[in-house]
Ligand binder design. Structure first.
Ligand SMILES: NC(=O)c1ccc[n+]([C@@H]2O[C@H](COP(=O)([O-])OP(=O)(O)OC[C@H]3O[C@@H](n4cnc5c(N)ncnc54)[C@H](OP(=O)(O)O)[C@@H]3O)[C@@H](O)[C@H]2O)c1
Length: 307
């Protein structure tokens, strides 16, 4: 199926359309046998990625979704049955700004009378994120919008980098994190699979408004990730628990961000990424299987990373 131009088809407005999550949502809805019109939001419709998406039949719209631009956001959501909303912490590293923008997006979707708001927020990291997601989620719940939450697991692509895999003097590669080797995380190939879970959340009668989907391909320990990476690529890859100081220094991020990442890992080790929630039910009604870590490793090119 392709993206529809039929005015009677449901209109889905996608925030972050040129990004990993939003792009994946567009792809998954384009593959659906249901008919959707799609409007993708971006700050620059002229950039190549936006133009490429437009050639698929997506209506690309210019809008800067900052907190002071609520009227433009509302106009961008106008006519939508469904709005997919994601915030973008890593571009500005400012939690207060992220919360303000998240709330603005929910309020704008409500003002535009969107029927279903799909919000990408990871609630379990509340303790360490000082409530940034919970803040937006609580606001969205109270706002009265019909809310579907699709939480993204840890991106497998975070580890597809020379930065995450350190080459030691003896040629071994180490995956170094500040947690014990048996620490389990849910993993997702976000570009390939995140939209699959959003589609499930929208289309499956098991989900919909008032529910939550946990988007992950599998739960896997960090030691097992290193072991599988080594086996599949034929390189020597080992897991190494590094000290908190080593980890913070290695992130090369501003101190407050490095500290947040460190605390996040400690939280995952103690409470798990999704807390007590079971990821399996969210994989039961997908249109195809999501990638496991091993599937992701096989599909990726490691030649410039494990050289
Ligand atoms: N890394 C992980 O393991 C992980 C796991 C779970 C959740 N997350 C969360 O996922 C979120 C990021 O999603 P992503 O990976 O899809 O991000 P991404 O690939 O970096 O894409 C960001 C998108 O946001 C758009 N955008 C940014 N600022 C905008 C603005 N002011 N107005 C309009 N559009 C704007 C960008 O559009 P243009 O540039 O085209 O304007 C782009 O499409 C973060 O909040 C992160 O915390 C990450």
């Amino acid at each position: 199926m392709t993206i529809s131009s039929n005015p009677t088809a449901s209109l889905v407005v996608v925030v972050g359309s040129t990004g990993k999550q939003g792009g994946s949502v567009i792809q998954a809805l384009a593959e659906s046998d249901k008919e959707y019109r799609i409007r993708g939001l971006t700050r620059d419709v002229s950039k190549p990625q936006a133009q490429r998406i437009a050639t698929q039949g997506v209506e690309m719209v210019n809008v800067n979704l900052t907190a002071d631009n609520a009227d433009a956001a509302e106009a961008a959501f106008k006519g939508a049955s469904i709005a997919f909303i994601v915030t973008n912490f890593w571009e500005h590293l400012d939690k207060a700004r992220e919360v303000a923008e998240g709330k603005m997006l929910v309020a704008a979707a409500k003002a535009a009378e969107v029927e279903l708001v799909v919000w990408s927020g990871v609630e379990s990291v509340v303790e360490v994120s000082q409530g940034k997601y919970t803040h937006i989620t609580a606001y969205a719940r109270k706002s009265g919008v019909q809310l579907l939450i699709v939480q993204a697991a840890v991106y497998a692509s975070n580890y597809h980098s020379a930065f995450a895999l350190k080459k030691e003097a003896d040629g071994t590669y180490t995956l170094g994190l500040p947690v014990g080797p048996s620490t389990v995380v849910p993993i997702i190939d976000v570009v390939h699979d995140y939209g699959l879970f959003v589609r499930e959340g929208i289309e499956s009668p098991e989900f919909g408004a008032g529910t939550e989907v946990l988007a992950s391909g599998e739960d896997i320990s960090v030691a097992e990730m290193a072991a599988q990476l080594g086996t599949i690529t034929g390189k020597k890859v080992v897991y190494k628990q590094v000290s908190d100081e080593q980890y913070m220094a290695a992130t090369r991020a501003p101190h407050h961000v490095a500290l947040e990442l460190l605390e996040m890992w400690k939280y995952f080790e103690e409470f798990r990424y999704f807390g007590d929630k079971d990821t399996h039910p969210s994989r039961q009604h997908l249109n195809r299987s999501p990638r496991t870590w091993a599937d992701f490793v096989r599909a990726a090119d490691w030649s410039s990373i494990l050289v």
